[in-house]
Design a protein around this ligand. Structure first.
Ligand SMILES: [Zn+2]
Ligand SMILES: [Zn+2]
Length: 428
């Protein structure tokens, strides 16, 4: 068996892994990254005719964004959960709207991709080729996200996609207990290989406290959030901790995603809380309504999570100058984004103008990924003989963890560092 890392090798983003066996060619995720000019960066090419199946772990573009480029003429069966497919459809449409010029596909290839989908249910094995069976389990990362267990021609492969073993308000932690005990290989994300996340309860209390303080002083709170996953988690956190009496607005793509996710209550940790959150929150349907949102103290949850665009920028320009207001960033901020700039310098240049932040500014670590400790515990679920492969991570942060694990007997860990790196496995 040959594993080829087409993307996500030594970097966070554009994950793509190609598995070649005697009679199968399986692609695990096929995502894009975005460069500093917001242009998509693709994984290495794979010939659609070499594929017998594709598996999509979840609907974030860094895992899904390049898939439609493989559906121009060949219709490879695409395995994913129904929620992942529904969300991907929306994400593709949005990506085409924002950067269609740079994408090698159009709505037509998106339609082909959607019509190639074969729905997966957590815990139910599905035959996906010759002597190949795929079973998926909740990955705890975003709604619909799945870890895959692939039994293929005598090998057992675990692929985590993005995963989180900690319960959040939105989802239960990943179903790691269902994974095989000693697979041949585990391909896992290690985004936070060198960072521990704070305890969830403490983080939530501090976040809600900050939000309340701003509102009680008559200010408004802007919470720029990724549309898929983070926006829902933030809304649930506010509702769970009883931030009531102030309007909670939801704007941008998060509105549609809130509704789609609400149609899959059985996947959520607390469907009643989610229902309540949807009932309480107010969707901003138009620019006209948007103008009136900050007339009174209010909370605004909106993409983009790093203030790179979307409705968040509209609010940012209006909220930043007033010390009474708050801007709370609950997501990772990549360098060269306005979110990163304001945290490091106190100002950002948006649309050619410098906007200085006088409002209260804070960052909160609401991660949806396993942290250092969880990654370490996850590796140790498997025997040291299992080959572990760290993808979707920065080599610098992964290497110290690899070093520490090696000292405890886990010295069978591989870190691909460039697209095109390969691993060969043979049955013993
Ligand atoms: Zn993700
Ligand atoms: Zn990812």
């Amino acid at each position: 068996m040959r594993l080829k890392f087409l993307g996500g090798a030594g970097e966070v983003g554009r994950l793509a892994v190609f598995i070649r066996t005697a009679s199968n060619g399986v692609l695990l995720d096929y995502g894009v990254s975005f460069d500093e000019h917001d242009r998509p960066v693709f994984p290495l090419h794979v010939r659609p005719k070499d594929l017998t199946a594709t598996f999509l772990s979840h609907a974030h573009l860094d895992h899904s964004g390049a898939l439609p480029s493989l559906y121009v003429s060949v219709k490879t069966p695409l395995y994913a959960t129904p929620l992942t497919m529904e969300l991907s459809d929306l994400m593709y449409t949005d990506a085409i709207k924002l950067s269609g010029y740079y994408l090698p596909y159009t709505q037509e290839e998106v339609r082909e991709t959607m019509s190639s989908a074969i729905p997966l249910t957590y815990g139910e094995p599905v035959e996906i080729g010759r002597d190949a069976v795929l079973t998926v389990y909740n990955a705890g990362h975003i709604p619909g996200s799945a870890m895959g267990v692939l039994e293929i021609e005598g090998y057992t492969v675990v692929f985590t996609g993005d995963f989180n073993t900690t319960d959040t308000n939105l989802l239960r932690g990943a179903d790691v207990y269902n994974l095989p005990r000693s697979p041949d290989v585990v391909i896992m994300e290690a985004t936070y290989a060198s960072t521990d996340h704070p305890p969830r309860e403490k983080l939530e209390r501090e976040f809600v406290q900050s939000v309340k303080e701003v509102l009680e002083q008559g200010g408004s709170v802007l919470i720029p959030s990724f549309a898929l996953g983070r926006a829902q988690e933030i809304l649930l956190t506010l509702v769970k901790h009883g931030v009531e009496g102030y309007p909670i607005y939801v704007d941008g793509l998060a509105r549609q995603i809130n509704q789609i996710v609400g149609r899959y209550p059985h996947l959520l940790r607390d469907p009643a809380l989610y229902r309540k959150a949807l009932d309480i929150s107010i969707e901003v349907p138009s620019t006209y309504v948007r103008k009136g949102v900050m007339d009174e103290p209010s909370i605004i949850i909106t993409p983009a999570g790093m203030l790179k665009g979307g409705a968040a920028l509209y609010y940012f320009k209006r909220i930043a100058a007033n010390r009474k207001n708050g801007i709370f960033l609950p997501s990772f901020q990549a360098p060269n984004t306005p979110g990163f700039e304001i945290l490091s310098k106190g100002y950002a240049v948006v649309d050619g103008t410098t906007v200085r932040v006088e409002a209260r500014l804070e960052w909160f670590d609401f991660s949806a990924h396993a942290g250092r400790k969880e990654i370490e515990n996850f590796v140790k679920r498997f025997p040291p003989t299992t080959k572990i492969i760290f993808v979707h991570t920065d080599p610098l942060s992964a290497s110290s963890l690899i070093h520490r694990l090696a000292q405890t007997g886990y010295d069978n860990i591989y870190l691909p560092t460039a697209p095109g790196d390969e691993v060969y496995l043979s049955t013993s």
